[in-house]
Design a protein around this ligand. Structure first.
Ligand code: HEC
Length: 203
């Protein structure tokens, strides 16, 4: 009789230990919010860091999405010397150094399909998943549809201006200079021109 109780207690105790260890490992229970949860196999999933697009309780503007700090050099992108309103200067100062070769267009397509399609969609017409598929909660305002990149206006503005928009931003369109190099931005300009040509052919 006594032996049985001992056996059962040991089994229950070890099962509880095992369940506890699993819960700790998977992060179901955390010791402290401020510290990394105890992990048997630390895979660095849990760490205190701002996630892009998440609200931040640390920065005063509550955005986790930070711009480059003054006097620093972005690792992948590059600084741009004009502000978004200096688009007239941009006409003279920005010159596309690339020819629209197959390689350049392939790079532009790759960048476009990585960074731009969620809003602009694959054909550039502005009905990407963020606009059409993201389900909104009641009363929540969605992201307004971006301009159709194949519309007449965007066809007529210069390469320099499109490069300027990519580098300095325009209204809701944020600048991408800090994450895309100058070469990538010029490749994107060529790729946007290709989308515009293709959409003429489709008509
Ligand atoms: C979060 C959504 C979003 C993403 C991602 C995005 N854009 Fe935009 N884009 C917009 C919006 C919104 C506008 C309209 C801005 C305005 O009202 O002037 C815009 C405008 C533009 C324009 C100006 C078009 C015109 O006719 O005025 C260009 C060019 C452009 N985007 C290119 C890009 C490229 C290239 C990328 C990828 C590197 C990109 N965008 C990524 C939302 C986005």
């Amino acid at each position: 009789m006594n032996k049985n109780i001992l056996k059962w207690s040991l089994m229950i105790f070890s099962s509880l230990l095992l369940i506890g260890a699993i819960m700790l490992q998977t992060g179901v229970i955390k010791f402290y919010r401020a510290f990394q949860p105890f992990e048997i196999i630390a895979d660095m999933d849990n760490q205190i860091k701002p996630s892009p697009q998440k609200e931040s309780s640390f920065f005063a503007d509550s955005s986790s999405f930070r711009s480059a700090i003054e006097n620093t050099v972005p690792k992948f992108g590059s600084k741009y010397h004009l502000t978004d309103l200096e688009y007239e200067e941009a006409e003279f100062e920005n010159k596309n150094p690339l020819e629209p070769t197959e390689r350049v267009l392939a790079r532009g397509k790759n960048r476009f399909e990585t960074f731009c399609v969620p809003c602009h969609n694959y054909d550039g017409k502005g009905n990407g998943v963020i606009i059409t598929k993201v389900k909104l909660k009641e009363g929540e305002e969605g992201f307004p549809a971006p301009a159709n990149l194949t519309r007449e206006f965007t066809r007529t503005i210069s390469d320099a201006r499109i490069f300027h928009i990519l580098s300095a931003g325009q209204n809701l369109m944020f600048p991408v200079n800090y994450k895309l190099s100058e070469t990538d931005r010029w490749a994107l300009v060529h790729y946007i021109r290709k989308l515009q040509k293709d959409s003429y052919i489709q008509k």
